[in-house]
Ligand binder design. Sequence first.
Ligand code: CU
Length: 372
Amino acid sequence: MRFTRRGVVLACAAAVGTVAAGLAGWQLNAGSGPASETPQVIIGDGIRTPAGMAWVPPGEFLMGSDSKLAQVNEKPAHKVRVKGFWMDLTHVTNDQFARFVEETGYVTTAERKPDWETIRVQLPPGTPRPPDEALVPGAMVFVGTEGPTSLAAYWKWWRYVPGANWRQPQGPGSSIEGKGDHPVVQVSYEDAKAYAKWAGKRLPTEAEWEYAARGGLEQATYVWGDELMPDGQRMANYWDTNQRSFPVVSPKAGGAVGTLPAGTFPPNGYGLFDMTGNAWQWVNDWYRADYFLMQSKLGAKVIDNPQGPSDSWDPSQPGVPANAPKRVIRGGSFLCNESYCLSYRPSARQGADPYSPMSHVGFRLVSDAPPP
Ligand SMILES: [Cu+2]
């Protein structure tokens, strides 16, 4: 895998002064210092420890953000403790997902006839059932616009495309050929769970995800630090509004946008790639916009290993009942940009219909295999 060696070297660059002697090997000395110290990258060896995963040591951190860039649902920052766990170095890729489908014959949500019972709860009460012939397999595809448009009108750049699924993420005629190392997209939360069961892993909790994403940098704006482009370097696959305005995809603007190979950009402090940008990542928790506020009111000095709320609440989408089931997605995608959502920040969070596959949502998994 071309990203691993380069990745470890880059991840350790900041620690060269203190652990230079240890840089020769894959594994640096394990330690569990305070989160503000540069963490050490430990990659599973595939023998005693899981391959393709990095160790995220147990620790405490400030979850959420009070920064002026933060949305209301990220506030307030509150102290959380998590156990140690292994996390996939990258999103689950198309190649990996293909192996799962080959072995199990699994059929994804997007490939099945939509189930009215799961759609109904995401619509205003009393919405009539569409005729059977309208309930065709498909998925939400980012289609963009030809020219600049009001950013309030998301239905102009998103479309339900019959026939869109993980093998043809933009719909019939598109494909994942040559994209084996891209994150799999057009997978629902339910699909991610099924894959996890097969892989013997699980989806991270929201707290685990944010702790891992931060890579040991307490309250940094981005997963690599506080500067968007250190030394002028792009650090993640997000939409750069200096290059083109969102959501324009005209040939003049540069054409279509999408995922990039996993591991295109440097990893974070734990050796994890693309924790923000590229594709959103499903996590296990139910989504409540006010969850962090609820947590902060518990009165606990440190909240131990939170598992998320027991129901959903999201008042942000007009027309969708606020209590419709939503799971958390994290990390943002190739669409996230300065003018719209800034979700390539480790505290950014959104809720998503667990049965709705989208062309900018994938996932990665964690494992409770023994510590290194
Ligand atoms: Cu976004």
